[in-house]
Design a protein around this ligand. Structure first.
Ligand code: HEC
Ligand code: HEC
Ligand code: HEC
Ligand code: HEC
Ligand code: HEC
Length: 205
């Protein structure tokens, strides 16, 4: 008795649902829900691609150091502060001593220059946040690029116009290989280099 009553309830519920599903407005709502879910999945997928995430990455730095002022308006050479780029794997971030060459007398009343001086006096480096970083399994070296005459801006974009550095290049293997296969447009005219290495262990050692 109890069993058949429940079966009846289920039947009634099923036919109620069926009637509901056959109504146009309900179908429209369901269709747009499905559409919305699909769109969310696609958007999330697109936005979480490693490339999309890392390109444009521009962390706020502990001191508002501006490349536009120093490398743009004052036209300081990139290598004055990043001398490592021509002679070691890493370009390097300059130590406070390089800054104090000017800032022991320039803008000394500015709060950020006071922070800079404290860092210098106490020998506690400013904790600059890294903008670019390749996965650990990739080997990159600035030297062959800089010494072949590839401009910093070819990879890093117009840094001399940036108040806050942001990552402009793709850090994808396909981007590295694209240039390695055909580096001509990135090299100075008359360069003897026709190709850069494409063998796996050039970049995975
Ligand atoms: C006065 C010194 C100075 C000069 C000149 C300078 N930089 Fe920098 N650079 C810094 C400092 C300090 C940082 C770290 C803070 C920041 O990211 O803004 C930095 C950060 C960077 C970064 C981001 C590093 C990372 O974490 O990935 C790039 C790329 C860069 N510089 C490229 C350049 C290029 C290209 C030029 C020339 C157009 C240049 N810099 C000139 C001092 C300098
Ligand atoms: C060749 C001299 C020189 C060097 C080297 C130099 N600066 Fe400067 N910096 C200046 C001058 C000049 C200004 C003022 C620019 C302006 O106001 O237009 C300035 C402005 C600044 C300001 C803005 C200060 C404010 O409150 O307006 C910061 C922050 C700064 N520098 C940080 C640094 C750091 C960090 C380094 C080292 C990585 C550095 N500077 C190296 C000359 C220099
Ligand atoms: C062929 C492309 C390319 C060129 C040219 C290039 N860079 Fe880089 N740079 C990179 C890549 C890739 C990284 C990230 C390296 C890593 O994460 O190991 C990087 C990282 C950096 C960093 C932060 C890490 C470090 O090495 O200290 C600075 C600063 C920098 N570059 C400055 C420069 C300057 C200045 C020049 C020109 C003199 C230059 N780069 C030329 C691709 C390039
Ligand atoms: C804009 C062009 C360009 C881009 C982008 C570029 N490279 Fe290169 N790469 C070169 C050139 C040019 C050389 C030098 C070839 C030579 O000297 O014969 C080189 C040389 C190298 C070398 C030295 C290989 C050897 O055995 O001598 C390594 C390692 C390397 N690149 C890694 C990378 C990685 C990793 C990336 C991506 C993050 C990258 N490169 C992006 C142009 C580029
Ligand atoms: C010019 C430099 C370069 C060369 C040459 C190169 N790679 Fe890569 N590779 C990279 C970079 C940069 C990454 C990290 C970014 C990425 O995953 O796209 C990478 C990532 C990878 C990954 C990890 C992919 C992932 O999704 O995590 C594999 C696997 C790989 N490479 C295999 C190879 C093989 C096999 C070769 C030889 C046919 C090769 N690579 C040659 C630069 C290079």
């Amino acid at each position: 008795m109890a069993l058949s009553a429940r079966a009846l309830d289920l039947d009634a519920a099923a036919s109620f649902l069926w009637d509901l599903l056959r109504q146009r407005p309900v179908q429209a709502v369901l269709a747009s829900c499905a559409g919305l879910i699909g769109l969310t999945v696609l958007t999330a997928g697109w936005l979480t691609q490693t490339d999309r995430l890392s390109r444009g990455y521009a962390p706020v730095q502990p001191i508002p150091f501006s490349h536009r002022d120093h490398a743009g308006a004052m036209a300081m050479s990139c290598l004055y502060c990043h001398s490592g780029a021509a002679r070691s794997r890493a370009a390097g971030i300059p130590g406070e001593a390089v800054c104090m060459g000017c800032h022991s007398v320039t803008k000394t009343e500015s709060p950020s220059i006071k922070t800079l001086k404290e860092a210098f006096d106490s020998a506690t480096p400013i904790p600059w946040k890294a903008v670019h970083s390749l996965p650990g399994h990739v080997f990159f070296d600035h030297r062959p690029h800089v010494n072949a005459g590839v401009a910093c801006q070819t990879c890093h974009g117009p840094v001399q116009e940036m108040t806050v550095v942001s990552q402009r290049m793709s850090m994808r293997m396909s981007h590295c290989l694209g240039c390695h296969r055909d580096p001509k447009s990135a090299l100075p005219q008359g360069s003897a280099i026709a190709k850069a290495p494409e063998n796996c262990n050039a970049c995975h050692r």
